[in-house]
Write a protein that binds this ligand. Structure first.
Ligand SMILES: Nc1ncnc2c1ncn2[C@@H]1O[C@H](COP(=O)(O)OP(=O)(O)OP(=O)(O)O)[C@@H](O)[C@H]1O
Length: 255
């Protein structure tokens, strides 16, 4: 592997959904998607609504399986061969999510009763090998939690989240507040591959600007980014290039 090796190489990925409410009818969604993304690059997925952009992002995050094709991810672990996320085990996917893969989805899914600051701090604690090995004592845990919360507090302040809500569970937050918690969770630690599904959809102009700057910083730090940005201004500001998903071939549109 060398510096020209893409972080992500998507090769002829095809996927359909089975519509159980319509007698198991197949809905083909991804029709042979291929794209490479290198470190420091932000690729914007473009195309009509319903063409499969969010579905592709979920395949890249390992949440959805695919019918065929490969999703090769070049880990930063020295000497490791690219892993095919389309074939990876749940354990392999979870291990990558702890340290190398990050995803800012359109919707926040968080445990009830956990405060927003801990929802984000958890991501830092999960990435700490000593804590995860079980060898850390109580003092080490306490120090790590304090440091993680301080780091998240800085990020929340940058994202203009009012301090009064940092310790509240985000379930009752406004759409824009929830989105900023999601963004903080995605950006709080450097990711080798960052997946962004409309990260600015619910934000006002001031916070959009903050997120644009955060994406630029992640690119400069060497993250490979795949994103969906319906806001043209945001897309123009962050995208290195745009990629359209292939349309359905007429004979494949219904199976
Ligand atoms: N879990 C699912 N089960 C069945 N069909 C689904 C599922 N998820 C998405 N679809 C369908 O797959 C197609 C692609 O959806 P997707 O959300 O990926 O599109 P998109 O390009 O991101 O659209 P938009 O730009 O409107 O967000 C749509 O027709 C959608 O209804």
């Amino acid at each position: 592997m060398n510096s020209i090796t893409p972080v992500l190489s998507v090769q002829d990925v095809r996927k359909h959904f089975t519509l159980h409410l319509r007698s198991g009818q197949a809905l083909p969604v991804l029709h042979g998607v291929s794209l490479d993304v290198r470190a420091g690059e932000c690729v914007a997925l473009v195309g009509a609504s319903g063409q499969g952009k969010s579905t592709l992002i979920k395949c890249l995050y390992g949440s959805y399986g695919v019918d065929s094709g490969r999703i090769l991810f070049a880990s930063e672990q020295p000497g490791s061969e690219p892993l095919d996320l389309a074939q990876a085990s749940p354990q392999q996917v979870l291990a990558l999510r702890r340290r190398e893969l990050a995803y800012v989805s359109q919707f926040l899914r968080a445990l009830p009763r956990v405060g927003a600051i801990d929802v984000v701090a958890e991501r830092l604690l999960q990435a700490d090998p000593e804590l995860q090995s079980g060898s850390a004592d109580e003092a080490r845990w306490h120090a790590a939690q304090t440091a993680a919360r301080a780091q998240v507090a800085e990020l929340f302040a940058r994202l203009n989240l009012p301090e009064a809500i940092w310790d509240l569970p985000p379930a009752t937050f406004s759409g824009g507040e929830q989105q900023r918690v999601n963004i903080a969770r995605g950006f709080v630690q450097p990711a080798r591959l960052l997946l962004l599904d409309e990260p600015t959809a619910s934000l006002d102009a001031m916070n959009r600007r903050v997120v644009i700057d955060m994406i630029a910083a992640a690119k400069a730090a060497g993250s490979a980014i795949v994103g969906i940005f319906h806001d043209e201004e945001v897309r123009e500001a962050v995208a290195s290039r745009c990629v359209s998903l292939p349309a359905a071939q007429p004979e494949r549109s219904f199976v």
